[in-house]
Write a protein that binds this ligand. Structure first.
Ligand code: PPS
Length: 570
């Protein structure tokens, strides 16, 4: 008989209504205010409804939220490390009172769940950032999300599930906790060790997971994240195909692959405990925690946000309450003389080791360089090369930003012509004025409208980039946060090169080609960038050009040389 581990808090939640109740709820919800779930919220809702987040039965209320931030526990004392909140806009919240029911819909308007609002509060984002992520630094992806994407008001309340969020991909590999528990039981597995990953798996990962399973005499569950990972990560479609190849590297019938639709926060230690709780809910008895688990990368000072083994320490600290056993693992390295992988601390002094970091691997992939067979499996590399061609075959966006009259459009046009002259790439120019005419004609120049305008440009550019084209954008784009958002939108699809046309306001005003500065000074044009509206100077653009003493042709040449240097053109 299989001895399955108990879910966290003792009971596996299933918040779905019966089909009958669901159809009644659909009727009632026609009169509820509707909230369109963001991608991250949709991931959270899916895990709430299916019990992956047991013992939660909805989005956190204020008391639980504060308790999670302060003590890593729900108000009733149960260990829970991550604030799972429904953040909404101030405008939406203004029409909601506690006791109201709201409809939660996916991006196509399908009703996924309803929520009875028990709490509504304005978020102290700085407090949440510092307490949850230990950082008030936008280099942390979750802090950036909190400050730039999340709404300012949280709504808490219990959920009623109406419909499973729709997935069209890899349906055979998606399991709810109950389904996974049943599958494990059917296989007769007594112990299951879960491996969490947001990256493609190579030989070191295969070796690590195989050893972990051997060590605790358990079967292995490869349980990768297919919800949201760190911006810039390899897309889950490619990764899942890689995991499918990897399965054949384990002894037959010992290993299973199942996809987890979670939205990661990259919260290191807190996230590791959260991940362990979730795996426990899915019926796993063991959980692998490696070096720098769910690490968010470097902070703005260039230091790591968390220590390499902080995640292991925190999971260990809560060992008794977690019940699921951690299998800690150090980095695995390839010992050349033995042609084998070993944990780094087991390598003898005279042995020479080989290692390729994640960054170096991506560089090789991007530049079409050799990836040795000691590092990865040929099928995995071939899979990744299909969707990640070398840089010079990828799409990219050249994003100009600068004051009106700084020379953005002129240089952008010169650049466009140079690409057309070379004739080997497809290129689109999204000039500020043209976009305002064709895409954003209803928008003005308030901060809100400018941001909508830039996000539209970013969206179109990311689509062009994703499909291998070149997008040249030339708006003013005065706000740092929006430029950053666009960069994030695009870097997961290809290159992003920010070009700051840093011509001074004095020179721009002196030129005043369109006569707009004179009108702005006279107060005829309001909210004019540089005169009566802000321009936030880019801190780290890939290129900075002052057109005071540089011709458009020279500027375009500089950009071309930079693109060559970065590997985007050959
Ligand atoms: S933004 O802030 O990025 O959305 O602006 P953008 O879409 O690039 O539009 C800038 C062009 O609109 C003209 N214009 C103004 N610019 C700035 N502030 C105000 N209030 C304004 N009103 C009209 C101006 O011609 C800009 O074009 P460029 O090519 O930058 O001179």
């Amino acid at each position: 008989m299989t001895s399955l581990i108990k879910p966290h808090g003792g009971e596996l939640k299933n918040l779905y209504l019966s089909p009958d109740e669901a159809s009644k709820e659909r009727e009632r919800a026609k009169n509820y205010p509707s909230w369109d779930l963001t991608h991250r919220q949709l991931c959270d809702v899916e895990l709430l409804l299916c019990g992956g987040f047991s013992p939660l039965d909805g989005f956190l209320n204020e008391k639980d939220y504060l308790s999670v931030l302060d003590n890593m526990r729900l108000a009733n004392g149960i260990l829970w490390t991550m604030p799972i909140t429904l953040d909404v806009s101030v405008d939406f919240a203004a029409n909601i009172s506690t006791g109201d029911e709201i409809a939660l819909r996916d991006e196509e308007g399908v009703l996924i769940a309803t929520m009875k609002v028990s709490d509504k509060w304005t978020v102290d984002k700085k407090n949440e950032a510092i307490k949850t992520y230990g950082a008030d630094d936008e280099n942390h992806p979750a802090v950036s999300y909190l400050y730039n994407d999340a709404g300012n008001v949280n709504l808490g309340g219990e959920l009623k599930g109406v419909e499973l969020p729709t997935h069209y991909d890899f349906n055979g590999l998606r399991n709810t906790p109950a389904e996974l528990r049943a599958a494990v039981q059917k296989k007769g597995w007594r112990k299951v060790v879960a491996f969490q990953t947001r990256n493609p798996m190579h030989r070191a990962h295969q070796e690590l997971t195989f050893r972990a399973a051997q060590q605790v005499e358990a079967n292995l569950l490869i349980h990768p994240v297919v919800g949201m990972t760190k911006p810039g990560d390899i897309d889950h479609y490619s990764r899942v195909r890689c995991y499918q190849h990897i399965l054949s590297q384990y002894p037959a019938q010992t290993t299973m692959l199942s996809l987890l639709p979670i939205a990661m926060r990259m919260a290191g230690p807190r996230e590791a405990v959260w991940h362990a709780i979730i795996r426990k809910n899915y019926g796993c008895t063991h959980f692998i925690v490696g070096r720098d688990h769910a690490g968010p990368g470097k902070n703005s000072q260039g230091d790591d946000f968390y220590g390499p083994y902080d995640a292991q320490y925190l999971v260990k600290k809560y060992k008794d309450e977690l019940e699921i056993d951690m299998v800690p693992f150090e980095a695995m390295v390839y010992v050349e003389d033995k042609a084998e992988y070993h944990p780094i601390s087991e390598v003898k002094e005279n042995e020479s080791v080989l290692n390729i970091s994640g960054t170096e691997f991506r560089r090789r992939l991007q530049e079409g360089l050799e990836i040795p067979s000691w590092f990865s499996f040929p099928e995995v590399v071939a899979e990744l090369r299909k969707t990640h061609p070398p840089k010079h075959k990828q799409g990219f966006t050249i994003f100009f930003t600068g004051l009106s009259g700084s020379g953005k459009s002129t240089i952008a046009n010169a650049l466009l012509v140079k690409f057309l002259e070379a004739g080997n790439r497809r290129v689109t120019l999204l000039d500020g004025d043209l976009v305002r005419k064709h895409l954003s004609s209803e928008l003005g120049f308030s901060k809100e409208h400018r941001n909508i305008n830039i996000e539209r440009i970013g969206y179109v550019a990311s689509e062009i980039t994703k499909n291998g084209g070149i997008a040249i954008c030339a708006p003013i784009a005065p706000y740092k946060a929006t430029r950053r958002k666009v960069r994030e939108m695009i870097t997961s699809n290809g290159g992003f090169i920010e070009v700051h046309i840093a011509t001074s306001i004095e020179v721009c005003e002196d030129r005043d080609r369109k006569g707009l500065y004179a009108k702005a000074r006279a107060g005829i044009i309001k909210e004019f960038t540089g005169i009566s509206d802000p321009y936030e100077t880019p801190e780290n653009p890939e290129i900075k050009i002052d057109t005071t003493d540089c011709t458009p042709d020279e500027a375009a040449q500089r950009i071309i040389l930079k693109l060559e240097k970065l590997g985007f053109i050959k």
